[in-house]
Unconditional design. Sequence first.
Length: 359
Amino acid sequence: MTSSLNTDLPEFDHVGSIPVHRFPMWRALRSNNLRELVSIRRAISALKRELRPDITHLHFGATSYFHLQTRSAAYTPTLTTVHALTQTSLTETSLLTSVVHASQAVNAVSAAGYQLLSRAFPEAADRLSFVYYGLGPSWGSGCEVIPPGFKEPIILCLGRLAPQKGFDLALRGFALIEKIVPKARLMIVGEGAEEWALKQLASDLGIAEKVDFTGSVPPEDVYTVINKATMMLLPSRFEGLPLVALQAAKMQRPIISSAADGLPELVVDQQSGLVLKDNSPRDLAEAILSLLRSPEKAIDMGNALARRFEERFGFDHCVSRYERLYRKVLEGPSAFLGPAGHDGLVELTPTVPESITQS
């Protein structure tokens, strides 16, 4: 069960053999449409009673509210995965607090996310973990890696057009170098509420003719788009571990990223990419120029990023960790409380060093 963010998708569908039910959760919550809220709650309750699941794996977001509202339909142990987190006090977010308290286990997607949750919810320390997610074996399997080009460089931003992603910083950074590298282009791929504002900013900066807004692309075309790029920019203001970073790594593209949350765990500064200290337009511009002026270094970084992706973000590793986590949740609270050396989640809740960028 998921929230229908794209109105072009059907309410009921199959992904392979998996049935998928989509509900307008975000729309109902934002509009406070009581009739629609009640309708969604009834439909989800009926599905829970029909499915009688052994476990609920919840991804924090709009679905969290509806899960809590329909728990009585089928009481199951719950594992919650929390993705992107802001640096504001999480304990002030009543929905997240309620979800953490109602979950048998709470999982982050990066070590940084795990640290943030640990600080916000020390009382839940024995139930917290983190698991890197990977890319399924079919993702990009039919797309052969094409080495990045530097004669007419394409600088790529890929993701939702939202303030979180920092694409406004990318535009301002590109404006500082577009005359130095006149053949360079900035390609912004995605859709979202900030589209008009970003296009207006490109016009105000005088770079509209060198910026391509392509709109969204189907998932199966993402790797083709990345293959056209020289590098990827991820100037995010906050993140979990963005899927596009893993996709760029698979395609051996160097990444310039902010130091937000889980990004430095994939992009190791000066080794598998460049991590911005201040995430300012000037820093971004200098990083872009440094890679464009050193193509061999940029290619080496892309290759190093691909190796790091294979070593730490493999799909099999992700699946095996989640399977273990599911089994621990089903075993009950005592499975999480064993001291080091016992069969607990010691590996999944490690002591994370102060600096994780070189780990």
